[in-house]
Design a binder for this molecule. Structure first.
Ligand SMILES: CC(C)(COP(=O)(O)OP(=O)(O)OC[C@H]1O[C@@H](n2cnc3c(N)ncnc32)[C@H](O)[C@@H]1OP(=O)(O)O)[C@@H](O)C(=O)NCCC(=O)NCCS
Length: 185
């Protein structure tokens, strides 16, 4: 499924292209995802190219690259998109740990959620994270996500099957102005 570009003045989200796999592999520093055992298999150009190709073709996935000052720093996506029910699953990754903890996660999600709720007409976004990934869970809580439960053995990692936390944000709890105030702090 093809998405459209998103820019609310903080970061630019551009629909991903298969060639972006080269840049993503290049900027990935091992710590960005490995810390959370994000990848079950080794990350290779072939694997990433195949993944992006599937996403670009998929009728239920929207994937963007995140651009800051003209450079790609990560990816963000809406998956399992169901326009009839109005739901989608969020995925986000900043591919180099140098860019973590600098507020980009907040800016990316502010941009994506405005697009999802205001342009795409979605009414609920949900996400699952490894129980150990407190950084992501805290970030989602800032946006009004509520914990909906623990999914036992949901994810296969190199270290075995791990539990995941599911969190969800319904449109009634979406307060973009509150997030904007946070940016001014
Ligand atoms: C999760 C991720 C997207 C967060 O983005 P980020 O740019 O690092 O986060 P931000 O700097 O915007 O921080 C947003 C909030 O997260 C929380 N946070 C940030 N760093 C944290 C840390 N080291 N520990 C705990 N919470 C942290 C804070 O609540 C912070 O808000 P604050 O700055 O107002 O206190 C990014 O770290 C990442 O890509 N991680 C690897 C992939 C991943 O885990 N993806 C999510 C699972 S699908």
């Amino acid at each position: 499924m093809k998405g459209q570009g998103i820019d609310y003045g903080f970061v630019t989200l551009r629909p991903i292209e298969v060639v972006d796999a080269v840049t993503l592999i290049d900027i990935y520093d091992g710590k960005a995802g490995a810390r959370f055992a994000f990848f079950e298999d080794e990350l290779t150009l072939d694997r990433e190219t195949a993944y992006i190709s599937r996403m670009v073709e998929s009728p239920s996935d929207l994937l963007w690259v995140v651009m800051v000052d003209g450079r790609i720093i990560g990816t963000v996506g809406l998956h399992e998109v169901d326009f009839h029910i109005g739901t989608a699953r969020l995925g986000i990754m900043i591919w180099n740990s140098r860019f973590h903890g600098q507020g980009y996660g907040k800016k990316i999600l502010y941009s994506l959620f405005r697009h999802a709720f205001e342009e795409l007409g979605l009414e609920k976004i949900y996400t699952t994270t490894l129980v150990t990934n407190e950084r992501a869970q805290k970030l989602y809580e800032k946006f009004g996500f509520k914990t909906e439960g623990v999914l036992q053995g949901e994810y296969k990692t190199k270290a075995g099957r791990k539990d995941m936390i599911r969190q969800g944000l319904v449109i009634a709890d979406w307060e973009p102005n509150k997030i904007l105030l946070e940016f001014r702090k």
